[in-house]
Design a protein around this ligand. Structure first.
Ligand SMILES: NC(=O)c1ccc[n+]([C@@H]2O[C@H](COP(=O)([O-])OP(=O)(O)OC[C@H]3O[C@@H](n4cnc5c(N)ncnc54)[C@H](O)[C@@H]3O)[C@@H](O)[C@H]2O)c1
Length: 388
């Protein structure tokens, strides 16, 4: 079957992380992009000879060469752009968070259902190999039901260069929209998908949420999810200094990210981390040495504790401790394009579909509401994880 002809909307940081995988993926062909920045468009056509560059997502949607779109634009554009793509008959892989409001997420899911196109959410850490491996162990029933899940991640998220809207909760800013979208996704995969309620407290930073602690009830158990982006304690110390992207990382110094950030130059610094800032040309394919990871995740099942590591799942049970290695993808984060292409070409329904993304967003919004209103918030749109 011919490779899926993919267009990309948003040539920023997310595309920077994904593009070598998309460009080298055997079942994909990058054919076009859309971005308002002329420099990024010029680099795209230089890096990918023969590809087209459009100024707007509307033009990308109208491009007949494009079968599917990877939507890596700022959160606030996801809904209108995903809906425009559905109307043009294009499949969509949209970055997390799926949208900023539930109404937007519902409109996206129904636009794609009406068009008969695939809507998938990713990349998200619920798609990482060790998370899926642990879910398979849980679903197989060997260790009994998950009763308690503990997820803790401490990073410098808040002090990395940000766009103004990334620091405005009303526009999807703060660690809940951007990082609980990963962490609650991981928790939902592990517990089977359906959260009942959320109770949470947030901690303010840079005018938005800089940290949170949440208690999440699910059928037969509960999870605690803690995240901090203040750049003091770094939870990668617990992962043997393998970073979020599965690559070795120099141990960080508390406070260094804050000291490094010059807020007067923040826009420029953000662009320096985006696609097009480095040398031109497609980097050689680099098979990963470890999996992506999102901090300490420990699942207490009835008969075993499972700890996720960058190499697999550590099983702690009455027979002792062993590491179940998780096979690595051929390219970093390839699980996401693999599932997207399989959904379109092979008809394999993705676990991270529109309904799943909407449910994760519901949990993130409930976390914010709980912290704001000082009460437990019940959830009503939760979906079951689609075990293979
Ligand atoms: N999964 C991950 O690990 C990960 C990592 C980073 C970002 N993200 C997600 O990717 C999305 C983008 O974040 P980012 O950090 O890459 O932002 P960014 O600012 O680095 O990049 C955004 C890009 O979109 C372009 N853009 C802005 N408005 C546009 C429009 N209307 N149409 C087309 N292009 C437009 C900008 O010019 C820029 O090139 C966010 O939703 C974010 O949560 C995910």
């Amino acid at each position: 079957m011919s490779p899926l002809r993919l267009g990309v909307a948003g040539l920023g940081r997310a595309f920077m992380l994904m593009w070598p995988t998309l460009a080298h993926h055997p079942r994909l062909r990058l054919v076009a992009c859309a971005d308002p920045r002329p420099g990024a468009r010029a680099r795209f056509v230089q890096d990918i000879p023969g590809a087209a560059a459009h100024e707007t997502v509307e033009a990308l949607c109208a491009d007949p060469e494009v079968e599917a779109i990877y939507l890596a634009t700022p959160h606030q554009h996801h809904a209108t752009q995903a809906i425009a793509a559905a109307r043009a008959g294009k499949h969509v892989l949209v970055e997390k968070p799926m949208a900023v409001t539930l109404a937007e997420a519902e409109a996206m899911a129904s636009a794609h259902a009406r068009a008969g196109t695939v809507l998938m959410i990713g990349h998200s850490h619920g798609q990482d190999g060790p998370v899926r491996h642990a879910r398979r162990l849980i679903a197989a029933g060997r260790f009994g039901a998950p009763r308690l899940i503990h997820a803790l991640a401490f990073t410098d998220f808040l002090w990395r260069p940000r766009r103004p809207e990334e620091l405005d909760t009303a526009q999807g800013g703060g660690v809940v929209f951007s990082q609980a979208a990963h962490q609650l996704d991981v928790v939902r995969v592990l517990c089977g998908g359906r959260l009942h309620s959320v109770r949470a407290q947030t901690m303010a930073g840079r005018g938005t949420e800089g940290a949170y602690a949440a208690w999440l009830a699910f059928e037969g158990g509960a999870a605690t999810a803690t995240y901090s982006g203040f750049g003091r304690f770094d939870s990668d110390v617990w992962m043997g200094w393998i970073g979020e992207l599965g690559t070795p990382k120099t141990p960080t110094t508390p406070g260094a990210a804050r000291a490094r950030l010059d807020t007067a130059q923040e826009g420029q610094a953000k662009l320096a981390r985006a696609y097009g800032a480095g040398p031109p040309g497609l980097p050689a394919p680099e098979p990963p040495a470890h999996h992506n990871q999102f901090g300490l995740v420990l699942v207490q099942c009835e008969r075993a504790d499972l700890r996720l590591t960058p190499d697999g799942v550590e099983v702690h049970d009455d027979d002792g401790l062993r590491l179940e290695r998780t096979p690595l993808p051929a390219l970093p984060r390839a699980e996401v394009p693999d599932a997207f292409v399989a959904a379109i070409r092979d008809g394999v329904a993705p676990a991270h579909d529109g309904a799943w993304g909407l449910a994760t967003l519901e949990a993130c919004l409930a976390l914010l509401a709980s912290a704001r209103e000082g009460r437990e918030v019940a959830l009503h749109c939760q979906t079951r994880f689609r075990d293979a």
